[in-house]
Design a protein around this ligand. Structure first.
Ligand code: 13P
Length: 284
């Protein structure tokens, strides 16, 4: 199967109240772990690729790995640019074979965010590529993007609704209290904002910062209208902790396969537990 746009599965997720996971791809082992977990549970999923990860892996390798996963698994898989910062980078990804892009104009003024997102939607739609927009600022650190708590601001429901109406995005990330990276305590998620926006627009709300959110809050978010959830940090932690333990246990290891195999297995378990929690098993 070829890579698909998020519209292959997001409308079904919204209608049937489940969420599709965006699992970020940082290297080959991440990609393999994610697709292995999804194959076991027959789940659609989204490979998220940040600009930093794109630089690290190279665009050709990124697309080739995602295409290989789609071909091997037969699952509906979207290859999605995460937090795209410009029209140019979105178009570069689409030309290279991405089936979905996020344009994150949340640091621009509201009107400018609408204007720029509309341009991306117009071009992407002509090529059958789905688009995610963002409103409000999500806190935490992701790659080179760092937003402290003070500057993270929640989305205003009436603005989010107007943003959807004007741009026609396929899903909408709104800042509702989650953050990228791990939480010191528990996040304070504003379920009322999710519900108000989700009821008023036909596309799902996206929850960024899905790592470390207690299961019950994830279930409540999905019930309120979240249809896509992003997870990266929990896989990074599982991968690195496993490698650290393997190296600490045996200082003589030099074959990367000896520590990357258990690291990959640890990520398979993380992704499987998220897919089960999100309710996307058997939805492929
Ligand atoms: P986490 O850092 O919580 O895994 O969130 C990832 C994310 O939202 C990517 O856009």
């Amino acid at each position: 199967m070829a890579l698909v746009s998020m519209n292959e599965f997001l409308p079904k997720a919204k209608a049937n109240k489940f969420a599709v996971g965006q699992f970020n791809m940082n290297n080959l082992e991440f990609a393999q772990a994610i697709v292995e977990a999804a194959m076991e549970l027959k789940s659609p999923f989204i490979y998220g690729v940040s600009e930093g990860a794109l630089k690290y892996m190279g665009i050709e390798f990124t697309v080739a790995i995602a295409e290989a996963a789609a071909k091997k698994s037969g699952l509906p898989i979207a290859l999605h640019l995460d937090h795209g910062s410009s029209f140019e980078v979105a178009m570069k990804c689409i030309r290279a074979g991405f089936s979905s892009v996020m344009f994150d104009g949340s640091h621009y003024s509201f009107e400018e965010n609408i204007r720029l997102t509309k341009e991306v939607v117009k071009a992407a739609r002509a090529m059958g590529v789905s688009v995610e927009g963002e409103l409000g600022t999500i806190g935490g650190v992701e790659d080179d993007i760092s937003v402290d708590e003070e500057h993270a601001n929640l989305a205003k429901p009436e603005e989010a609704i107007r943003f959807y109406e004007e741009t026609g995005v396929d899903c909408l990330a709104i800042a509702v209290g989650t953050a990228h990276g791990m939480y010191a305590g528990e996040p304070n998620i504003h379920f009322d904002i999710i519900e108000q926006v989700s009821k008023a627009i036909p596309v799902p709300v996206v929850l960024h910062g899905g790592s470390g959110v207690p299961d019950e809050m994830i279930r409540k978010s999905i019930a309120a209208g979240v249809g896509k959830i992003n997870v990266n940090t929990e896989n990074q932690v599982a991968c690195t902790e496993t490698i650290r333990a393997a190296l600490n246990k045996d200082a003589k290891i030099y074959d990367p396969r000896k520590y990357l195999t258990p690291a990959r297995n640890a990520m398979v378990e993380v992704v499987k537990s998220k897919i089960q929690l999100f309710g996307s098993s058997n939805q492929a």
